[in-house]
Design a protein around this ligand. Sequence first.
Ligand SMILES: Nc1ncnc2c1ncn2[C@@H]1O[C@H](COP(=O)(O)OP(=O)(O)OP(=O)(O)O)[C@@H](O)[C@H]1O
Ligand code: SF4
Ligand SMILES: [Mg+2]
Length: 350
Amino acid sequence: MSFARPGGGRRVRVLTDVGLTVSAGEIVGIVGETGSGKTTLARAVAGLNAPDRGQVHLDGQDITGLRGRARRRLRRSGAIQFVFQDPLRSLDPALTVGASLREGLAIAGTGTRAQRAERVAAALRQVGLDPAVADRYPAQISGGQRQRASIARAVVSDPRLLLCDEPVSALDASNRNHILLLLDELRRRLSVGIVVISHDLSTLAGIADRVVVLYRGRVVEDGPIEEVFARPRHPYTALLLASAPDIHGRDRHAAARLRLAGDSAATAAAVASQPASCGFAHRCRFATDACVETPPQRALTGRAAGAWTVACHHAETWPDELAATTPQAAVSPQAAVSRKAAVSRKDPAA
Ligand SMILES: Nc1ncnc2c1ncn2[C@@H]1O[C@H](COP(=O)(O)OP(=O)(O)OP(=O)(O)O)[C@@H](O)[C@H]1O
Ligand code: SF4
Ligand SMILES: [Mg+2]
């Protein structure tokens, strides 16, 4: 996926060789720092951005090449839905909540007017809202209620894939946990595949089955979330985990130990002259010549469902190198994130 520069010239490449799978009823988290391409990826999957190359398969069907009537039919079916970070972006402020929800069903030509009204009420109940909210405008309900309403709008058409872009980052801790528990419940009840984009790892630790880590538009790690959090195989994932804020007295030096010591200008210059090298090399304290000369690849061909992939030349050896410089008594930052997740699961108001 690339974008044209405003003044012309070479296009800016934003996503490269990205591949991921979301199964029915599964929650996949996508993490990465700002600008890593999370939103662009979700928009490309939803058909809101046109990628240069690649394919999107929905229930086994390649939907990338759909044109004209077939494309419109897919769009109107509401099979892929998007929940934006700011609920006001997905709810038209000039329409009542009910009208917003009915709109999608009317476009899809679903049922009679009365049946559509019943489905809207059911969708609102499903997300824990009183159906009376249907008569209010988005500005007349709270932020948490608005996010529930935008999720109701997304699930009313019974989607197969729900893409949630930072769905809780605008909410307070209590609403945040309620929304995460709601997504967890919806995937079970509706058997819908859900993608949750977040820069906050503790958000994902509570609900996601898998995590996909994006760095500069490439997937650097993809695997079962508990295992990735317990034993990250990419140095960037380890740094993300070690940098996660935590109030439970984690090892404050864990992130520092993963960072490149001293001046990284020489490595950065070497990386810049070799665009094919690992994009993380200028920040990685485990980088060697191989990292600058050859791009690390994720083994994708023929991989089994649920497999754990990583794009790092030294995935097997860097943890030992790190352990050799880590004090025995250090509290693992990964454990801190898992602990927070456990708290979130037990107590929605925590
Ligand atoms: N329409 C566009 N035209 C040009 N560049 C774009 C466009 N949309 C995104 N980009 C660029 O693509 C890169 C990835 O942006 P994207 O919004 O996907 O990042 P993100 O991971 O979602 O970041 P954040 O966490 O801040 O939301 C950024 O460098 C951004 O400037
Ligand atoms: S490939 Fe090399 S530079 Fe890249 S993350 Fe792995 S060790 Fe670091
Ligand atoms: Mg984004």
